[in-house]
Write a protein that binds this ligand. Sequence first.
Ligand SMILES: Nc1ncnc2c1ncn2[C@@H]1O[C@H](COP(=O)(O)OP(=O)(O)OP(=O)(O)O)[C@@H](O)[C@H]1O
Ligand SMILES: [Mg+2]
Length: 420
Amino acid sequence: MRVSHVYKAFGKRPAEVVKRLKSGKSRAEVATLGTAAVIDASFEVNRGEIFVVMGLSGSGKSTLIRTLNGLWAPTEGSVVVGETDISKISDKELRKVRQRKISMVFQHFALMPHRTVLENAAYALEVQGVAKADRLARAEKVLSLVGLEDWGAKFPSELSGGMQQRVGLARALCAETDILLMDEAFSALDPLIRREMQEQLVVLQSELDKTIIFITHDLNEAMFLGDRIAVMRDGEIVQIGTPDEILTSPANDYVAQFVQDVDRTRVLTAGGVMEPPLAVVNLSGGPRNALRTMRDLQVSAAFVVDRRRMFHGVVRDRDVMALVEKHGSDLASAVRNGIEPVTPDTALNDLFGRAVESPIPLPVVDDAGRLVGALPRVTLLAALGNVPSTTGEFPVVEAATAPLPEQLVTAALAKTEGDA
Ligand SMILES: Nc1ncnc2c1ncn2[C@@H]1O[C@H](COP(=O)(O)OP(=O)(O)OP(=O)(O)O)[C@@H](O)[C@H]1O
Ligand SMILES: [Mg+2]
């Protein structure tokens, strides 16, 4: 979807409002002529992306999203969906686009009270003219996607608010459109149910590969869901960026204030705050090398990798020293693999429990199992407090126990001089 220089003004003379805005007048200066709800909005949403539009009440979010499926014609500018410029097509064609390409879910989704949940979910297909048996079968499938498989025969009034909202989502999914527009779709839900819905939406998105444009005034929701976020203020988009970018380099004070209260632990990921692992030893380098490295870095433990940098586990200086003194040559026998590595996309929120238990930084490995970073506890804490997390001053592998005294290690190495 490509949105180019979209303006939407309401009131007596919308075209004049836009003309004056373009000549440099402010929103307030043109207020007597009409309300400038959306001012010069331009952005692209990629296939399969969750694009969030965030902003305070009245900033123009709903107006913007309504121009995306042609519910409002922009006063100026264009909206291109796939290959179709929807500001240039007939009403009939536009209806078809809405049926086949773009579904919408609102905050208060109006279900039809005298129809069952299943029939409600199937409604979009009914509009499309799909035969009854076929549409009910498809609706059944989407109901199970949103966790309502046992509720199809009930009526909306028998469902809780959260469940009704799920039926709304099911109806939108049932249309099998590529694009979902969601305007405050979860805002009326209780916080816990809302969290659950957010998590479910992320899963659904990855399974169904929908393109989702999600509107919210809730920053945590925006940060959790968005691949990218557009921040609106007084009709204008003031910043577009990834959650990390918005959080770490807000474009102006408005955005900065907005992001002040965000729950950073849900937004930031292991990959976003991890540090380069310094105390790393090579499996094929042997125990003596490993011991020397740990002595030089003054650490009591180190990560073990192989030549391809695949993560194998952790060695402790005491174990390696014992191995050296026994003239052992296989470092693998000293490796402890009880420490489970984490992936870069893990939310910090999910790591605190583990970090508390582990005196050793958590190893971060990529999908292939290669060691890419380390997360010491201090880094997790720094991320919480929004202080720079890459201090570079902390040994990346630190253990609860102090490292072995340097002289002791040196003596052991000297005593076994001839070993490999
Ligand atoms: N149909 C309309 N006629 C006149 N003015 C409108 C209309 N719809 C919206 N506006 C005005 O446009 C501005 C933006 O409204 P919009 O509903 O897009 O905001 P929003 O960001 O969705 O707010 P909220 O978070 O409260 O839903 C507001 O000043 C509003 O009064
Ligand atoms: Mg709105």
